[in-house]
Design a protein around this ligand. Structure first.
Ligand code: SF4
Ligand code: SF4
Length: 364
């Protein structure tokens, strides 16, 4: 399939550049017909400002809503953040304002439905958002970011937001290492299948993504039908050479040779690669990991001067490895399964990651 890559130097250019990108893959009309119910699924991970680069930028949503309005689709915008007040998150990220301008509803994906897919390799039954299951079309608006567990998060990982909020940590409990978690993601992407993926790669996030990293200008829109192809192009641009779920997708023949239209891929590859977010070695057998996880993984680490005592880390931890002592989290590293949900959900970057001795050497 084709992936469109177009330059988009800043967010004021998205309205002009998105139609160009869409025209390279057949136009929005190829994916959405008049009157169809469309769920637009941005990345609303947590309540951050657009310039923090943790969430989909409102100008991306605006440009998509303009295109959908031209077609006459019935649009709803929705996501399920891991934690926090949805309305507050929608406001802070700037997406609520854009939805209000277009008189489009923005909703938390709370209502659930069980969907079975017997052919799946690992997870055959998912509880997903009912809305995501019911609409005619889903348009995915991922953000280009590094990720502590899966190395990269883009189109494929953004679909994890279609799992209603509090159910997400359970997946981390069941699929603890990066490889198994990635197998689950590949299965999930067979159950929730957007028609189109429009990646916000104007400004991405590098380093300790998906929420505690640093904004990084990339200046691109990456658009396609196949989430693995979109992510694989984004990884090439960012110089991320390995994301476990892309390897799995290749093995399952979900990712093959990618045809890029628009910019030549070599011409848009960044000269300085994204700083990685890698926090563990891949494919370490479970029993070794259990016994020696301190050697192979980074551990969550409190930066007390930043902590605002909100206890979100405590609430999100799937294995009760955190207790709050005098308003600060205290980690039990024996219990900790290194899912990094606490790091991801901390609103003020007060949880860092401390590399193990081996990881430090490996990264060097
Ligand atoms: S302490 Fe943090 S990294 Fe460890 S299991 Fe809990 S949420 Fe995951
Ligand atoms: S570390 Fe972060 S998430 Fe945990 S209590 Fe402090 S501010 Fe809240």
């Amino acid at each position: 399939m084709v992936v469109a890559v177009v330059k988009c130097k800043d967010y004021s250019s998205v309205g002009k550049m998105l139609p160009k990108a869409l025209s390279l893959i057949g136009g929005m009309g190829k994916y959405v017909k008049k009157g169809q119910r469309v769920l637009v699924k941005p990345n609303l991970l947590l309540g951050k400002l657009p310039e923090d680069a943790a969430t989909t930028h409102p100008e991306i949503l605006r440009a998509v809503l303009v295109e959908l309005k031209k077609i006459g689709a019935s649009v709803i915008v929705g996501d399920s953040p891991g934690m926090g007040n949805f309305d507050g998150i929608a406001k802070k990220t700037g997406l609520k304002k854009v939805c209000d301008e277009f008189k489009v509803e923005i909703v938390e994906l709370k209502e659930r439905v069980d969907v079975e897919r017997k052919q799946n390799k690992l997870v055959k039954l998912f509880t997903i958002s009912k809305l995501a299951n019911d609409v005619d079309v889903i348009i995915n608006l991922p953000k280009m970011k590094t990720h502590t567990l899966t190395h990269f998060t883009g189109a494929v990982k953004n679909i994890f937001g279609c799992i209603p909020g509090k159910l997400k940590p359970q997946f981390h409990l069941r699929q603890q290492d990066a490889h198994t978690f990635s197998r689950m993601l590949v299965d999930l992407n067979k159950v929730v299948v957007p028609s189109l993926h429009i990646m916000d790669a104007v400004v991405g996030m590098e380093g300790q993504g998906p929420s505690s990293g640093s904004p990084r200008e990339v200046g691109l829109l990456i658009v396609g039908e196949n989430p693995y192809e979109v992510d694989s192009v984004a990884c090439s641009v960012a110089g991320i050479d390995k994301a476990p779920y892309l390897d799995i997708a290749r093995k399952q023949k979900l990712l093959g040779k990618v045809v890029v239209k628009g910019e030549k891929l070599d011409s848009v590859k960044l000269s300085r690669k994204f700083l990685p977010a890698r926090s563990s070695f891949d494919r370490i057998p479970k029993w070794i990991m259990k016994m020696f996880k301190g050697l192979f993984t980074a551990k969550p680490w409190l930066l007390p001067e930043k902590c605002i005592h909100c206890a979100r880390c405590f609430e999100v931890c799937p294995v009760d490895a955190i207790k709050m002592v005098d308003g600060y989290p205290q980690f039990d590293y024996n219990k900790c399964i290194r899912c990094y949900c606490c790091h991801e959900m901390c609103p003020v970057k007060a949880i860092g990651l401390k590399d193990s001795f081996l990881l430090k050497i490996f990264k060097k």
